[in-house]
Design a protein around this ligand. Structure first.
Ligand code: UT7
Length: 325
């Protein structure tokens, strides 16, 4: 056996803002219904950050819980990667704001912008530091205030998104070089910039306005099931495992029909699928760590379980990751 340095998830945390918005609440402002939203998406409610809550506050709350779960304190943290598309400011990176608010020492801190795929991308980036001995205690955070990008007159998008944050602590541990090792075992990351028009925000530095989210939902839907399935197969091959060995499937929570469709296509049984979309809606880069946190807190996911994560979002970007928890 060859000893290898692995990036091991040692703590998980999540945070959801207090305000809950139900489908009935939205039916008062756009022409929609609880019945339509539940049937087409599986979403029943979502959380919304208050006006004085920047995304960094959500990220810090999730990070504190993850650090506590790992038995670490902010002073231990030497790498912070925040996956977000709704950073507090155009710059600095939200990660440096999180660093200041946590009171973490001088280290490495930056954001990853891959929209809903951001958390999977960020894990891969953190793995590049931790598994090469370049970070000893990494915080990888997915944090979003997507409700700030909504066009509240567009029923095709404003019912789909919510706010929240999830975080993991990733630390180096020696493994045996087998698929029984704990750690981030395999990745497949993808992007196709030619599909930008299917899902984007029509604002930014070049326009002088923050902008609103625009999506051709049914086109994104079509790409999602096929592309995610390919990435899952590739990530499993990268890790050297079969998809059938996976204990828990933790998909990006965009739409119940998409995540069930992907699970069916790659042969994952229903009871292995973690779904939080009913209560969280689509929280973009926060959705996977929030779902992971939910299933760790309720005792389903245990140390040593084999996890499969996947996501797709604006770019288009997509990807999958295999983790021995
Ligand atoms: O996280 C990033 C990735 N994003 C996604 O994965 C989202 C992918 N897409 C989806 O989840 C689905 O495409 C939606 C939930 C966005 C839409 O579901 P759909 O089954 O694809 O519906 P559709 O867009 O084809 O629209 C069907 C009908 C349309 O009416 P007409 O043209 O048939 O009269 C829409 O105007 O449903 C209408 N509609 C609504 N009706 C009531 C669209 N939104 C709503 C709504 N309430 N909120």
């Amino acid at each position: 056996m060859t000893q290898v340095l692995r990036s091991v998830v040692t703590g998980v945390g999540g945070y959801l803002p207090d305000q809950v918005v139900t489908n009935d609440d939205l039916a008062k402002i756009v022409d929609t219904s609880d019945e339509w939203i539940v049937e087409r998406t599986g979403i029943r409610r979502r959380h919304k950050a208050s006006d004085d809550q920047p995304v960094s506050d959500l990220a810090v709350a999730a990070a504190r819980k993850a650090l506590e779960a790992a038995g670490r304190s902010p002073e231990d943290v030497d790498l912070i990667v925040v996956a977000t598309t709704t950073g507090d400011l155009t710059f600095p990176a939200t990660a440096t704001i999180v660093q200041r608010k946590l009171g973490a020492p001088v280290g490495v801190a930056f954001d990853v912008q891959a929209v809903c795929s951001g958390f999977v991308y960020a894990l891969s980036v953190a793995d590049g530091f931790v598994a090469r001995g370049r970070a000893k205690c990494a915080l990888v955070i997915g944090a979003e205030t997507m409700t700030r990008l909504m066009d509240w007159t567009d029923r095709g998008t404003c019912v789909l998104f919510g706010d929240g944050a999830g975080a993991v602590v990733v630390e180096p541990q020696m493994g045996e070089g087998t698929t029984e090792d704990r750690g981030l075992l395999g990745f497949a990351l993808r992007a196709d910039g030619t599909k930008q028009d299917l899902l984007y925000v029509d604002g930014g530095v070049s326009t002088g306005q923050v902008g609103k989210l625009r999506m051709q939902g049914n086109q994104v839907f079509r790409h999602a099931v096929v592309n995610i399935s390919e990435a899952i197969t590739a990530a499993a091959a990268d890790a050297g495992v079969e998809v059938s060995e996976v204990d828990w499937f933790i998909p990006h929570q965009a739409n119940l029909r998409i995540l069930e469709g992907v699970a069916r296509r790659v042969g994952i049984e229903d009871h292995k699928v973690i779904t939080t979309v009913a209560d969280h809606a689509n929280t973009s880069a926060a959705s996977i760590p929030l779902a992971l946190n939910t299933a760790v807190q309720d005792g389903r996911i245990k140390k040593g379980d084999l996890l499969l994560l996947e996501a797709m979002g604006g770019g288009l970007t997509w990807g999958a990751c295999v983790v021995r928890f």
